[in-house]
Design a binder for this molecule. Structure first.
Ligand code: AP5
Length: 212
């Protein structure tokens, strides 16, 4: 089954996608990760995306949609999770068209719900490995050695868009652009809402149930 995970910034989409990837062997397609990877490698796409990422704004649809079309065109038949795409109605409409052309389906649109106060706490405390992208939290899930990634020994840093002032802008962008997707997928009969609060494993069980 192919799914898309959506919800506010910090809802745990990346964390849950990692679990789906390791436990259910699904392919994880994260537009945020794709942009950060392009930026790390200083590709034209990464350089173009940087100003939007740093400001917590959406990268223009034309750029984002082409990037996803390219990735979906190379999918090898494995089940996939779309994480962070679509993020507005125009992207959702484009996704429908792409899937049709490629003969693919996204069966469930899983909305991960977390209240705003908890989002700010999660994002301001988040740290990531600059080498492998592993995610930590300074109090809920710190690395064993401060500043060092458990997985690869890389340096653990704060994302530039996890500064408090940018977090607020990201939540506003989400409210204006992404939240309306709940009605979009409800009308298509594909929406499932999952409570994103509680232990990571509990949330994972809810997502697996939503996929059943
Ligand atoms: P993106 O990387 O997609 O960021 P986001 O949607 O803001 O989501 P996050 O990665 O911040 O949060 P998450 O839900 O994955 O939470 P996580 O699991 O890390 O996008 C970044 C930027 O790229 C955008 O601002 C935009 O500029 C651009 N972009 C991306 N897609 C685009 C698109 N389609 N169109 C245009 N532009 C686009 O968890 C967060 C923290 O909480 C972590 O510290 C984690 O350890 C902790 N945590 C997770 N689960 C729990 C739990 N159950 N309990 C307690 N803590 C938890």
């Amino acid at each position: 089954m192919n799914i898309l995970l959506f919800g506010p910034p910090g809802a745990g989409k990346g964390t849950q996608s990692e679990l789906l990837k390791s436990q259910l062997k699904m392919t994880h397609i994260s537009t945020g990760d794709l942009f950060r990877y392009a930026l790390k490698n200083q590709t034209p796409l990464g350089i173009e995306a940087k100003k939007y990422l740093d400001a917590g704004q959406l990268v223009p649809d034309s750029v984002t949609i082409d990037m996803v079309r390219d990735v979906l065109g190379r999918i090898d038949g494995n089940s996939f999770i779309l994480d962070g795409f679509p993020r507005n109605i125009a992207q959702a409409d484009s996704l429908e068209e792409m899937l049709k052309v490629l003969g693919l389906k996204v069966e469930k649109a899983i909305f991960v719900a977390v209240p705003p106060n908890e989002l700010v706490e999660r994002l301001s405390g988040r740290r990531v490995c600059e080498k492998c992208g592993a995610t930590y939290h300074i109090s809920a899930m710190p690395p064993r050695v401060e500043g060092v990634c458990d997985r690869c020994g890389g340096k653990v840093i704060q994302r530039s868009d996890d500064r408090r002032e940018v977090i607020e802008d990201r939540i506003k962008v989400y409210e204006q652009n992404t939240r309306p997707l709940k009605d979009y997928y409800r009308e298509k009969g594909r929406l499932v809402e999952v409570d994103g609060r509680g232990e990571t494993e509990e949330v994972f069980l809810r997502i697996k149930k939503a996929m059943a």
